[in-house]
Design a protein around this ligand. Structure first.
Ligand SMILES: NC(=O)c1ccc[n+]([C@@H]2O[C@H](COP(=O)([O-])OP(=O)(O)OC[C@H]3O[C@@H](n4cnc5c(N)ncnc54)[C@H](OP(=O)(O)O)[C@@H]3O)[C@@H](O)[C@H]2O)c1
Length: 261
């Protein structure tokens, strides 16, 4: 069976996507920084689903990470037919108050590394027999500007636009591209984003949170269907509809009410 390569496979949505693909008998390659979690997840997948696994401990936000990951796949001769660009994080707060360095690191991880790894993995994906797949993880934050998550929402707008464009371009290469736009999901995201003290945002996410497992299952089904963009959950779909149809000022003012610390 072919391999699926998942960045950010140590926890949250990436871990759940790995499980959902292992259940479908894909061998699994996990990349993230937390070695112990990667080892634990890989062992569980092997035992539970009888698939092969390997892990690569890497900081995907660095300049040479994408090359390191694609070289690893090539040197080990892994037949990778699915690439999941999931590693990413957000930063909540006012743009001018957050660290510039950290915001640039987030831009590197969420956008540049995703583009680099996609580019470098295309020749590997093309080698597999039959169709191959790319799943890029954006967010419902991609659908409008989100004040106090300004740089994060812009990175995800980039991911969505890029993914939708290459969905068309890569059809000729027999590679299907899907962009996942999750809304609030019960992971480490809010903690990493420094948003646990943002009362309204916490309330909002507690109200609408989906489990990472539910998000992953919907994403994997959409991936195999060849859907260009998938928004899991009714409330997230409704939110995206309102963002598209209501005046931008109204949408942005509502989001100020939710995300202002
Ligand atoms: N949860 C939500 O509400 C939500 C909503 C919309 C979109 N998303 C998106 O979903 C994706 C997954 O996030 P999550 O919610 O599952 O959050 P999470 O639980 O914090 O998981 C993030 C994953 O990304 C990895 N990661 C972070 N920085 C990394 C780096 N520099 N190098 C390598 N791996 C790195 C983490 O692994 P290590 O820490 O081990 O490196 C972890 O596996 C992200 O792209 C996020 O923007 C999440």
């Amino acid at each position: 069976m072919a391999y699926a390569l998942i960045t950010g496979g140590s926890k949250g949505i990436g871990k759940a996507i790995a499980e959902s693909l292992a259940q479908r008998k894909y061998n699994i390659l996990l990349v993230a920084r937390s070695e112990n979690l990667l080892k634990e997840n890989a062992a569980v997948l092997e035992k539970k689903f009888g698939v092969k696994t390997d892990i690569l401990v890497a900081d995907v936000s660095t300049d040479d990470a994408a090359k390191k990951i694609s070289d690893w796949c090539v040197s080990k001769n892994y037949d990778v037919s699915i690439l999941v660009n999931n590693a990413g994080y957000g930063l909540g707060g006012a743009f001018s108050k957050l660290s510039l360095e950290e915001q640039l690191n987030m831009m590197h991880l969420n956008m540049q590394s995703l583009v680099q790894l996609t580019y470098m993995m295309i020749p590997v994906l093309k080698k597999t027999q039959g169709k191959s797949y790319i799943l890029n993880v954006a967010s419902t934050a991609a659908h409008q500007a989100v004040p106090f998550l300004g740089v994060y929402s812009a990175t995800k707008a980039f991911v969505l636009s890029f993914s939708r464009a290459i969905h068309h371009e890569l059809k000729d290469e027999n590679i299907s591209v899907t962009c996942l736009c999750p809304g609030p999901t019960d992971t480490n995201f809010m903690t990493r984003a420094g948003m646990n003290s943002f009362k309204n945002a916490v309330k909002q996410s507690e109200r609408f949170n989906m489990t990472p497992e539910a998000v992953a299952e919907i994403a994997v089904k959409a991936l195999f269907k060849g859907t260009p963009e998938i928004i899991p959950g009714g409330s997230n779909k409704a939110g995206a509809f309102f963002s598209r149809t209501l005046p931008k000022k109204l949408v942005e003012n509502t989001l100020v009410g939710i995300y202002k610390p």
